[in-house]
Design a binder for this molecule. Structure first.
Ligand code: EPZ
Length: 421
């Protein structure tokens, strides 16, 4: 087991470069199975989710290399094998193999996808949509066996603008017969990133990034190329850190339009920043005004930034209301924040945060990926030493986070530790 040790309160200055988006690359790699052509994916983050996906791809017979932030894929010899629980349970995004294997081979045998503790994370929207495409789904004990004679496009109106379901339907319908329309589609930027990859191979996808996506099925795909967009959640996390400890901290490789909701909220709290091209330079505000945060689908305030943002809210002078509307169990980090000195009361999915409260370093644990980010922000601003256990969660979504923070003046290290708190 690994833990991070932080000696808090360091002023942070220098430059941090944002890596490619985790929530894009975890769809792009499985999507490459649709083509027998070669694929090149650039700006790939070296995070554990990518390493797991490379293992799964090699298990299926893909010839895949990953160096210098570039993945080169030759799926010419990919065989349609079962994706066992050993692999599928390691990450939720394994469900994208459903869309690509059924699209390519008209059959898929896959264990239930992984998840984390933030919610039940059902995949009913994915499965209902697949059934409407003519796919037979046999839900066995802990796996799905799906088959289809002829994959047909259809017209979908999603009950919820699910990111995963939108991408999975897009992937599955690329080689389907006829046209597919997805209404009430999710609009997160990662969806347009996947669509541009599929279109580079010869797919015909229109409207990705809007709530109505049209896919005209094609018979064949060719070589593909894509550059992973910058990770807007990583960018938002470092902006939160810069708002609390920055002294001219520059964060580069940002697409500002992807984090407008976050930037609006930071300005509302009194934080000043300067943007130039694809970089933002930020300095900590002396006093933070109280603000309210309510997470929602894109382009609203992203649920993945809710947890780290709630740590910033503990430093605002006054009452802040934080509400999580996407997942049913995404406030598990609050007790750890309170144990460090925060004053937060929770009612269902709402948290009333009474600030400003100094935080004190202590042993805490990451209950999930973005809870880990919340603990990291807390450790950076707390006085004294903070040790964050179960830090593997955090390393899934933040490339080289210890290096990136060390390089801008943070006293932080990653160590092995078998102690379980
Ligand atoms: C993606 O998850 C991201 N993960 C999540 O990021 C992110 O929080 C989420 O989108 C929302 O932006 C990846 O891209 C790998 P959803 P996904 O389908 O696709 C319910 C992180 O920290 N739902 O939009 O699973 C679901 O339970 C992770 O990087 C159904 O009910 O998100 C949830 O309440 C966490 N049925 C809501 O919709 C379904 O079939 C959002 O889910 C699918 C989803």
């Amino acid at each position: 087991m690994k833990k991070i040790i932080i000696d808090g309160g360091q002023e942070i200055s220098g430059t941090i470069k944002i890596s490619g988006a985790k929530n894009s690359i975890v769809a792009l790699i499985p999507a490459s199975i649709l083509t027998s052509g070669k694929c090149v994916i650039k700006n790939v983050p070296d995070i554990s989710d990518v390493r797991i996906l490379l293992e799964i791809m090699r298990e299926l017979g893909s010839e895949i290399t990953f160096e210098n932030e570039t993945i080169i894929i030759d799926n010419g010899n990919v065989k349609n094998k079962e994706i066992t629980e050993e692999f599928a349970s390691k990450l939720r995004a394994s469900y994208y193999f459903m869309g690509s294997l059924i699209g390519k081979f008209h059959k898929v045998d896959i264990a239930c996808p992984g998840g984390c503790v933030i919610g039940s994370r059902p995949i009913d929207i994915h499965l209902d949509s697949f059934k409407k495409m003519g796919i037979e789904i046999d839900e066995q004990q802990s796996k799905f066996v799906m088959t289809v004679d002829e994959l047909k496009g259809n017209h979908f109106y999603l009950n919820f603008p699910s990111v995963g379901a939108t991408i999975n339907i897009m992937i599955a319908s690329t080689l389907a017969k006829g046209q597919t329309i997805i209404e009430n589609a999710a609009k997160e930027p990662e969806i347009a990133n996947v669509a541009s990859f599929l279109n580079s191979m010869g797919a015909k996808i229109f409207g990705a990034g809007t709530s109505k996506i049209i896919i005209d099925g094609v018979d064949e795909l060719y070589d593909g190329f894509v550059e992973v967009i910058p990770d807007r959640i990583e960018a938002g996390t470092y902006l939160i850190i810069g708002s609390l400890l920055g002294n001219n901290l520059t964060i580069e490789n940002i697409i500002e339009s992807h984090i407008e909701s976050m930037l609006y909220k930071l300005k509302e709290a009194g934080i000043k920043y300067e943007s130039k091209g694809n970089s933002i330079t930020i300095t900590a505000a002396k006093n933070l005004k109280p603000i309210n945060i309510k997470t929602t689908v894109y382009p609203g305030f992203p649920t993945d930034l809710g947890q780290p943002m709630s740590t910033l809210l503990t430093q605002c002078e006054g009452e802040c209301l934080f509400e999580e509307t996407i997942y049913e169990n995404r406030l598990r980090h609050i007790p750890h924040l309170n144990s460090m000195g925060a004053n937060i009361k929770v009612f269902d999915n709402q948290a009333l945060i009474l600030g400003k409260t100094p935080l004190h370093g202590k042993k805490v644990k990451a209950t999930d990926l973005r809870a880990g980010a919340s603990m990291l922000v807390a450790g950076l601003i707390a006085d004294g030493r903070t040790e964050i256990y179960n830090i593997e969660h955090l390393l899934r979504g933040y490339e080289r986070i210890v290096d990136k923070l060390s390089q801008v003046g943070v006293q932080i290290k990653l160590v092995e530790d078998e102690e379980n708190i």
